[in-house]
Design a protein around this ligand. Structure first.
Ligand SMILES: *[C@@H]1O[C@H](CO)[C@@H](O)[C@H](O)[C@H]1NC(C)=O
Length: 491
């Protein structure tokens, strides 16, 4: 492999993020990957409705399950390895994607700088989130793409990767649709034969492989991309998880994800639009961003992480602009711009990666100790919004645990449906008396946010708070400043 030195830089940055990104971002990081892998390898692990309905590809969890099974066989299935091993794998893949990004951008210093300093990629690059995996694969495919002006022979390897990301994550196809059209437009091959002899067969091979793997893991025949579309398009399950106005990606999502790199990106966009004729590739990349943002904006449920695959594309555009600018700039300006970009990313990277929302991860360590001390007599009740913490992937003890669920309403006709978490928060004490009558068995430990404790003072009179773990500097009705572990008295 060439460029070992550059790969070394990327690897160091991603490894730093494995160690220093210690905050909770979204439940899927655990519940849609590690928890499933833990279930496959160790026989226990909570499967959310997505896995019962079969709407997710098993490929990503299977990678971690392979690691878990190896660790189990060599008797190294220590929770620390189970927690950090998968993140390490994802971080190495992300570093490799960074290297591909560097080559794709024509081995420029500003490409290294932009991708290595991007706060959101630092925040996401070592998380076991399907979006991080998708973005890494997509970036590798971008670097293989036969861009105009590339000297090498037209390589078609990228089609394999694009087909793979699209079956793993069907929404990835949105980003690649304009790029594949562009490919058909600039190819040296005959268009019809390219479609018939490459695109269609590759798609069919990848789809068959994924159906095979998914069906084996699921235990019955299943086509996960089809089930995914069925649930999201026909049943509109996504909007159950919140909806934002149509302009949210433009006004909040995209600028936040780019962070301070948004400024050079905007300037680069202006330059490209002004000199359209000399930037065909960049123009297509920009259209692909616009196309994706447009489609995403129509979908009611919006999240920052859905924009992650667009980040390398935006950084490609902005880093090429910075390279062109830096050839004329003097040293003083060069270093000032670099310093501003660096510090502008350092702030969110540190605060969001290390400080904000870390309590729900930190709490797993004392819980793990409690559970391994008394695996049979411990029972955990999480009175928090659903999936606020990881579970068995971080405990690695088959302890009894209950949390409030928040499954969407699969029965469209029932308009009065409220999920368990809402039922609980509508009246916590009624819910508790119904599910945990005072004369029945009580959980040995209740895990909740500090804002809830005074509300459930009834049951809390029988518990004492043993741990108070800082979580956030902001509180809402359901999420507080600290995470509490409360132990039943007279244990
Ligand atoms: C884990 O615990 C549950 C409930 O006690 C039990 O049904 C299950 O068989 C256990 N699984 C393993 C692999 O020990």
């Amino acid at each position: 492999m060439k460029n070992w030195d550059v790969f070394g830089i990327f690897l160091v940055v991603r490894l730093i993020s494995v160690v220093f990104v210690q905050t909770f971002f979204v439940p899927d990081e655990y519940w849609q990957s590690l928890e499933v892998a833990h279930n496959i390898s160790f026989g226990y692990g909570y499967l959310t409705w997505e896995w019962k309905a079969g709407i997710r590809s098993y490929i990503y969890p299977l990678i971690f399950s392979a690691l878990y099974t190896i660790l189990k066989l060599i008797q190294l299935d220590d929770p620390i390895f189970l927690i950090y091993g998968p993140r390490l794998l994802q971080a190495i893949l992300s570093a490799y994607a960074d290297l591909c990004f560097y080559r794709w951008s024509g081995t420029r210093k500003w490409a290294v700088f932009s991708i290595a300093t991007s706060w959101f990629w630092y925040y996401m690059g070592s998380r076991t989130l399907i979006n991080s995996f998708e973005t890494a694969l997509s970036t590798i495919a971008l670097s293989q793409f036969p861009w105009l002006g590339k000297e090498k022979d037209e390589s078609l390897k990228f089609i394999w990767i694009v087909a793979a990301v699209s079956v793993i994550r069907p929404t990835a196809a949105i980003l690649w649709l304009p790029l594949c059209f562009y490919h058909l437009f600039i190819t040296k091959y005959k268009k019809s034969s390219l479609i018939i002899s490459r695109y269609i067969p590759i798609a069919l091979i990848i789809l068959s492989l994924s159906v095979l793997l998914d069906s084996l893991a699921h235990g019955s025949f299943i086509v996960t991309p089809y089930e995914f579309l069925k649930f999201n398009v026909l049943k509109d399950v996504g909007s159950w998880y919140g909806s934002q106005p149509w302009f949210w990606y433009l006004s909040v999502g995209f600028p936040a994800v780019l962070g301070i790199h948004f400024l050079p990106f905007v300037l680069a966009t202006l330059v490209i639009i002004k000199n359209r004729a000399s930037h065909p590739n960049e123009l297509v990349l920009l259209s692909s961003i616009v196309f994706s943002l447009t489609i995403y904006s129509f979908l009611p449920h919006k999240e920052f992480r859905f924009l992650l695959p667009l980040l390398p594309i935006a950084l490609y555009v902005s880093s090429r602009f910075l390279s062109a600018w830096s050839r004329k700039a003097n040293t003083w300006r060069l270093w000032s711009v670099a310093l501003i970009l660096f510090l502008g990313n350092l702030g969110p990277a540190y605060y969001l990666g290390y400080v904000h929302q870390r309590g729900t991860l930190d709490v797993m360590e004392p819980l793990r100790e409690i559970a391994s001390r008394n695996p049979n007599s411990s029972s955990f009740l999480f009175l928090m919004p659903c999936h606020s913490t990881p579970l068995f992937s971080h405990l690695h003890v088959n302890v009894s645990a209950r949390f409030l669920t928040c499954e969407p309403n699969f029965n469209n006709s029932d308009n009065s449906y409220t999920d368990e978490a809402d039922q609980f928060y509508n009246n916590p004490n009624i819910w508790l008396r119904k599910n945990y009558p005072p004369n029945g068995t009580q959980p040995s430990h209740i895990i909740c946010f500090d804002v809830l404790k005074p509300v459930i003072s009834d049951i809390m009179s029988r518990y004492k708070t043993t741990h108070e773990i800082p979580h956030s500097s902001f509180a809402t009705a359901r999420v507080g400043y600290n995470v509490l572990i409360n132990e039943r008295m007279g244990n």
